[in-house]
Design a binder for this molecule. Structure first.
Ligand code: UPG
Ligand code: MN
Length: 689
């Protein structure tokens, strides 16, 4: 076959650092056998350390050039469905699909692929000249299948994509590359002689065949998880076919990487069982390789220090200040520790010991005494002023006398319950007694209790309430006149409260908010109820005629208005009216003004049902029409009557009240009606009953 410009290469694969000795022995075995072909190795940079890659590229003193001519970085292809790998107990082969990348290396004409666990007895360069696109040797476990440890192939993207599609779907009967490739190629492969891929077994050997064909062995492949460098050289003891082949592997290793081999990098010895000896370490570079922590995955530290202590040389590290990150660097978390645990196979039951050791008897905690207190450090620890703050709770309890009246009791309780309660105002707060407890000098009463207006207001409220309750009680034959003048006692005043809070003893428990309880003495004590004074000015119910009262009220309002305007409507009706209990005396009108009426006079409509305020306020209207009244001009003024029929003028006295003036604040409301407003709610209460 006419060769093109494309190169032929032997190619191997390195997925982990732990296979480094195998990859190096393979390369040296081929070179030592005199191959004319170049050597390439596919490397997954995410799982292989830079030190190992450097070793693959290292120059060897035994031949011109480096161990591998080409280190080709490829993406790792991991099996997402690795269940089948467990069928052959090789979960470590989860990324064996990466081998598919061989078909992608179309820069090469032909590739003779060889596993890293293969040692070549001779250079098999004739495999490059095979006419078949794909050739492989039978597998010892199932000889109809081919073993994928040695293959002669022609790279092409068709096969590559076809197999990549299978890999992405996890299509492989053994979960690794051999199952996938056998499914892809089937029986279309060119079957090589077993001598190109002799797979010795420690458990089964066909010794006569071996003896018969051993001179024609081309390559030996150490399949399975027990690789020569993992077993160590001591594992080969007896002289058998397996050990003879393993010895060939060790022969190549010793030729290039034995401790006394001169310039052998110690990193290789680290991955070979029983080979690393720091005391006899030598070599020009003196680099300390990472220690393999795992059987199948190197997890060493990049910044490793020599164990011998005499050669503390750090590995070259990437300096972020000087250069960009290395493209062939390991992932940051590659050195994270990993641990693999297996289920215990021990089937014996747990046997409790006869006795457990008794606990120590001298274990106790020594509470530090006051004398053990640390020495004062800061000046304020020694010169601390005596505390002056006094809390209200403690001194109050013995000093405060028990409350007598309900009103006092309420104040007392408020003061006790609320520590922030402070009696109001300097007017009721006496000066603290000099030497005594300043808290006791406070007057325990409220400022508003001392204001007479407030007291009167409360009294009037109580009168109204009492009168209501009298009406509600409707005791027959009860006279209201006898009790009318009776002044309410202090006790009565306190009984305004309809509800009270339960005492501390009655309360269920804190923090439940105490529910108000009905005061018994107010509602239930009928004897006391009889002593209630009658409401002032409220007649007995049977004497009360609401309709007549309303009529009287409406009439009264009109009269008052006219009186204020100086027009005595009362003179016409000849009835005396009273305002606020005071009799307004009748006065004769000035001569000639008897018929004069105010322009705003409204005659009272006879059937008055409800009291109705008269609008607009006449005084207000006058002021609006004569604003000069506001200027303080107090001279009487004549007002032309608008009524055409009445042409006389009447002198109307100006009201004493002159409306809003400078005394008023902005926004302050002032009376717009002189008449009583609508009956209040309380009045309605009385009227309706
Ligand atoms: O941790 C690992 C595992 C594998 N490899 C590479 O992958 C190859 C295959 O793994 P290996 O342990 O050699 O597998 P075998 O014990 O040989 O198992 C058989 O099954 C594998 C999965 O199908 C095939 O790849 C092999 O060719 C076949 O011999 C190795 O040679 C290495 O090149 C690593 O670099 N690191
Ligand atoms: Mn293998």
């Amino acid at each position: 076959m006419v060769s093109t410009k494309k190169e032929d290469v032997y190619a191997s694969l390195l997925l982990t650092d732990t296979y480094l000795p195998g990859a190096l022995v393979l390369a040296h075995s081929l070179r030592d056998a005199g191959t004319k072909k170049k050597l390439a190795i596919l490397v997954t940079p995410d799982t292989v350390s830079t030190e190992v890659i450097a070793t693959l590229k290292a120059s060897s003193p035994l031949f011109f050039g480096t161990v591998y001519d080409y280190v080709i970085y490829v993406d790792r292809i991991r099996n997402g469905k690795p269940a089948n790998l467990f069928l052959m107990n090789r979960p470590d082969l989860h990324s064996a699909f990466t081998k598919i990348n061989l078909w992608k290396q179309t820069q090469f004409r032909r590739i003779v692929y060889v596993d890293a666990d293969v040692v070549a007895y001779r250079a098999v360069d004739e495999l490059f000249d095979l006419p078949h696109a794909f050739s492989a040797a039978p597998d010892i476990g199932w000889p109809d299948c081919f073993n994928t440890g040695v293959m002669a192939l022609t790279p092409n993207m068709g096969d590559y994509y076809a197999m990549l599609a299978m890999a992405e779907r996890g299509i492989s009967f053994d979960g690794a590359d051999q199952g996938l490739l056998n499914m892809h190629f089937g029986n279309t492969y060119n079957r090589l002689s077993f001598t190109y891929n002799v797979t010795p077994s420690a458990h089964y050997q066909y010794v006569p065949a071996y003896r018969h064909f051993q001179s024609s062995i081309n390559m030996v492949h150490f399949i399975g998880s027990d690789k020569p460098w993992k077993q160590g050289r001591e594992s080969t003891s007896d002289a058998g076919p397996f050990d003879e082949m393993t010895g060939r592997w060790w022969a190549v290793y010793d030729r290039h990487y034995h401790q006394q081999a001169g310039n052998a990098p110690s990193i290789v010895q680290h991955f070979v069982k029983g080979e690393y000896d720091p005391t006899t370490r030598s070599g020009p570079n003196g680099q300390e390789p990472p220690t393999p922590s795992q059987e199948d995955h190197y997890q060493g530290n990049q910044d490793h220090v020599d164990h011998s202590g005499d050669n503390h040389v750090h590995h070259e590290r990437w300096d972020a200040q000087k250069s960009s990150p290395p493209t062939d660097g390991r992932p940051e978390a590659a050195n994270f520790p990993r641990a693999h645990y297996e289920m215990s196979q021990d089937t014996s039951q747990f046997q409790a010991p006869d006795r457990y050791p008794s606990p120590p008897k001298d274990m106790y905690y020594q509470v530090p005494s006051d004398r053990d207190q640390p020495k004062p450090i800061f000046p304020w620890e020694n010169n601390a002023p005596a505390p002056t703050r006094v809390f209200a709770e403690n001194p109050l309890a013995p000093v405060t006398p028990a409350p007598k009246s309900p009103g006092e009791q309420k104040r007392y309780l408020i003061g006790r319950r609320n520590p922030l309660f402070t009696p109001l105002g300097p007017a009721i707060q006496t000066a603290p007694s000099p030497g005594g407890n300043s808290w006791n000098s406070f007057n325990q009463s409220n400022a508003w209790d001392e204001v007479p207006q407030i007291n009167r207001y409360v009294d009037s409220m109580q009168r109204h309430r009492r009168s209501r309750s009298q009406i509600l009680a409707a005791s027959p034959g009860r006279s209201t006149s006898g009790e009318r003048t009776e002044e309410p006692s202090e006790e009565r005043r306190g009984s305004i409260k309809v509800t009270d809070f339960p005492t501390e003893a009655d309360r269920p428990s804190l923090p439940v908010t105490p529910a108000p309880v009905r005061r018994q003495q107010f509602w239930a004590n009928a004897d006391q109820e009889k002593q209630l004074p009658a409401a002032e000015g409220v007649p007995a119910q049977d004497e009360w005629d609401p309709a007549a009262q309303l009529e009287k009220l409406a009439k009264q309002q009109s009269e008052v208005l006219l009186e204020k305007l100086g027009v005595s409507g009362a003179a016409q009706t000849q009835e005396s009216i009273s305002v606020d209990g005071k009799e307004i005396p009748h006065r004769p009108l000035p001569f000639g003004s008897e018929d004069v009426r105010s322009p705003t006079y409204v005659a009272p409509s006879p059937p008055v049902v409800s009291p109705r305020p008269i609008k607009p306020n006449p005084a207000e209207k006058i002021l609006a029409e004569a604003p000069e009244l506001m200027t303080g001009q107090t001279t009487p003024r004549t007002v032309e009557s608008r009524s055409p029929s009445v042409s006389t003028t009447a002198t109307i006295a100006l009201p004493s009240y002159q409306g809003p003036g400078a005394m008023f604040e902005k926004g302050e409301d002032y009376m717009t009606q002189d008449t009583p407003a609508q009956p209040t709610e309380e009045e309605l209460d009385v009227l309706q009953t």
